[in-house]
Design a protein around this ligand. Structure first.
Ligand code: ADP
Length: 740
């Protein structure tokens, strides 16, 4: 009867384990699926064993008794097959599982047939019950085969044995073998079912079943972290876009100022402004690039380009960056590099300039070596670009994190070195997008070497044949183009003014209009222009749409250049494909504008009249800046962007004029719940207010812009009075200021 008590104990434990296991949430893994079957099979086995022992002791020896005994043998076969299958998948990977699955099922079915056919006898002797005969012997044989497979799986994975998953397997090897031997030599001692129950319960504690609630919480946390990350990226990219417009003014006006005959100190300060504005522009571009890379929106745009010009541009840029730093800049450009290549030269330049800028930044003295060698195979030129420096070097443990965004090292040593930690992350992504490779070697304290390999297609043409610039100009000297007519179209008045200022250096008095429609009207009125500079992102009619309308005018043949802050690579090709003659990114780069003017505008024979001293427009001096400051206007902010009171006053007058038409329209769009147009107008109001230092109104307009972009009509209506009150305040201040 002791066998019955052991079996009853096993039954209780088995039921408890099943209850515990099936009521808890589980990870959906193969391991868990097998274990679920083992648990059920084990419970059935215990019940069969209890029935068989009870029947034997109560003297029931009928057909039912034989069936129960046979079923029990099937149970033993099922348990050992499942357990050895479990050991094998624990030891090997999923691919292996697919291979052995069919073999296992095959062996199991054949064994079931043999067990069903072979006879099984049972006996009650001295109060003990046991089964024997060919069927039982076969079961011992096949079990031994399975045990061997378990041992093999262990031997093949000796190194993993420490994992707790192996505990039940090891336990089985020892206890299972011992129990089988005891059972074989003493058939009357019934310990197999108990031993299998013990191992099954033991397995329960070793199967990795993490707390599902925690996993759910982790998943929620992961989702919200991902959302926050993408919101951050969107925010950065929106901000960067917003920053580009005022930067346009800063760079443009500073470039213009640089040309003036300023006193030496002022000249130096203008240079500093220009340098800072340019580095801010680099940061903003970096953020825009990384957000595009993360959103998989960065495109590689391949065009034909001059390899020599690319290298020359890079070398002169870096030479200027080195300035008077005691660094020797050694360059070696392979002479055999084909003159015309096909690829994304803008991005290649960005990669090389990033590496060289870092080499210059992180090297106090010594040298920076820039080498470009080539391997030519058929029509492919592999450019092997290396940048080596004798700088601070990178610690071995930091090399792995080098290409991760926002990672910067040695911050104590580099407190004064500017940087965002984005350069190398962008560089690596660009290299990989072009199918290239980048490797780093560095000895901490001695220097670093970055090597990039990129394949470019060789175009078997000369520079002339490819229509590429053969003269590589270094100095930009504005020429006299008096008499030339240029029309600038931009919905932002400040941008118009920057363009006008830059064109003034060429003695060009540009016509300025605020919309595509005005541009079309001018052309329809018979105005002739040597060049039209057209902004693209304008409300109502984009620059591209305006161009299409212009092209529909019979006889229209004026060159039109796209002018936009959306300065990403590939834009030039897109604009050219949509009919523009060329493309100028904002903030307008003097050199690029110069190249365009050289191409489209005639030089004048007239003598250059120095009218720099002349004000742009008539000035009014009877206004007091103190008054504005006292009214809480952030005049300094306004002056930072607009330069002087003269320009400020002009912009203010324009703001008043603009408000006369803008404000009724804002009201109209709000009432019509036309949030798209409402957003455009409050956005424009926000930009103007920022330029003029009306910061509270700028903030409120921004809130309305955001709300209307999200179609949050309730917010707009609720806060509309607040916005209009502030508009009223601003207009009163302005009227008083102008003494109206
Ligand atoms: P940034 O230069 O703007 O900080 P990067 O992504 O270009 O960002 O570089 C990441 C970091 O890698 C740098 O902050 C610097 O610590 C290290 N690093 C990059 N290039 C070099 C170099 N040539 N020598 C030493 N350290 C470097």
């Amino acid at each position: 009867m002791s066998s019955i008590s052991i079996l009853l104990c096993s039954l209780i434990y088995s039921i408890l384990t099943i209850g515990n296991y099936f009521f808890k949430k589980r990870v959906n893994s193969v391991e868990n699926k097998i274990f679920s079957i083992i648990l059920i099979v084990n419970l059935v086995g215990i019940l069969l064993d209890i029935s068989s022992v009870t029947m034997a002791h109560t003297g029931i020896h009928n057909f039912m008794f034989d069936a129960v005994n046979k079923a029990y043998i099937f149970y033993l076969l099922a348990w050992i097959s499942l357990f050895s299958f479990y050991s094998l998948i624990t030891a090997f990977d999923d691919n292996y599982l697919k291979k052995i699955e069919k073999v296992f099922i095959g062996i199991f079915i054949i064994s079931c047939i043999i067990i069903a056919i072979l006879p099984l006898y049972s006996k009650v002797e001295n109060g003990s019950f046991y089964t024997y005969g060919p069927c039982a012997t076969f079961l011992y044989g096949i079990s031994t085969l399975f045990v061997i497979s378990i041992i093999i799986s262990l031997l093949c994975n000796v190194r993993k044995i420490k994992s707790k998953k192996y505990l039940p397997i090891l336990t089985y090897i020892f206890f299972g073998t011992a129990a089988t031997l005891i059972q074989a030599s003493n058939p009357q001692i019934l310990i197999i079912t108990a031993m299998e129950t013990f191992i099954t319960i033991f397995m329960y504690f070793t199967i990795e079943n993490p707390d599902m609630k925690m996993i759910e919480q982790l998943n929620i946390a992961k989702d919200s972290a991902e959302k926050a990350n993408s919101a951050k990226t969107d925010f950065l990219s929106n901000m960067s876009h917003e920053i580009r417009t005022p930067l346009n003014a800063i760079v443009g006006f500073s470039q213009a100022l640089k040309e003036e005959n300023l006193p030496a100190t002022a000249q130096e300060e203008v240079n500093d402004i220009l340098m800072s504005a340019n580095s801010l522009l680099e940061i903003v571009n970096g953020i825009l690039d990384i957000s595009k890379i993360e959103a998989n929106k960065l495109e590689i745009v391949n065009v034909e380009y001059s390899s020599k010009k690319l290298m020359k541009d890079i070398i002169s840029l870096i030479t200027a960056r080195i300035g008077d730093k005691p660094l020797e800049f050694k360059t070696y450009i392979d002479e055999s590099i084909p003159p015309v290549l096909h690829g994304d030269h803008v991005r290649i330049k960005q990669i090389i300039v990033n590496l060289l800028t870092n080499a210059v930044k992180y090297t106090k003295e010594g040298s920076v070596d820039f080498k470009v060698s080539t391997v030519i195979h058929d029509n492919i030129c592999r450019m092997i670009i290396s940048v080596e420096d004798t700088g601070i070097g990178i610690k071995q443990e930091d090399i792995g994190k080098l290409f991760t965004k926002f990672e910067r090292f040695e911050l104590e040593k580099n407190v004064t070195t500017e940087g965002t930690g984005l350069g190398l992350a962008i560089t690596k992504s660009l290299v990989e997008l072009m199918g290239g490779k980048i490797v780093v070697q560095s000895v901490y304290g001695k220097g670093s070497k970055f090597t990039v390999a990129i394949d470019q297609v060789i175009i078997p043409k000369t520079l002339e044949e490819a229509g590429l610039d053969t003269d590589i100009e270094d100095v930009v000297e504005p020429f006299n183009a008096a008499g030339s007519k240029i029309l600038v179209v931009d919905d932002n008045r400040i941008n118009l003014k920057v363009a006008a200022r830059l064109l003034k250096d060429y003695q060009i008095n540009a016509d300025l209009v605020l919309s595509g429609q005005e541009c079309i009207d001018k052309v329809l009125n018979g105005e002739k222009y040597d060049l039209i500079l057209m902004d693209d992102m304008m409300p109502k009619m984009t620059g591209t749409q305006a161009l299409q309308n212009l092209k529909n005018i019979i006889g229209f043949d004026m060159p039109v250049i796209a002018l936009t802050a959306n300065a990403i690579t590939g834009m030039k090709e897109k604009y050219i494909a949509s009919g523009f003659d060329d493309y100028l990114a904002k903030p307008i780069d003097r050199n690029k504008l110069h190249a365009i003017l050289k191409r489209y505008v005639k030089k004048s024979d007239e003598e250059v009249i120095d009218d720099q001293a002349e004000p742009l427009e008539e000035t009014v001096n009877n206004r007091n800046p103190k008054f504005l400051r006292a009214q809480g206007v952030d005049l300094d902010h306004g002056l930072e962007l607009l330069g002087d009171m003269e320009t400020y006053d002009m912009t203010l007058e324009e703001f008043i004029e603009e408000s006369k038409t803008r404000l009724p329209k804002i009201e109209e769009y709000r009432l019509a719940t036309d949030m798209a147009n409402y957003a455009i107008l409050v956005h424009a109001m926000k930009s103007d207010c920022k330029y003029l230092g009306f910061m509270t109104l700028a903030d409120l307009s921004y809130q309305h812009e955001m709300a209307s972009k999200e179609n949050n009509i309730a917010f707009v209506n609720e806060h509309y009075d607040e916005l209009m009150n502030e508009v009223g305040k601003v207009l009163t201040i302005v009227k008083k200021y102008f003494g109206k």
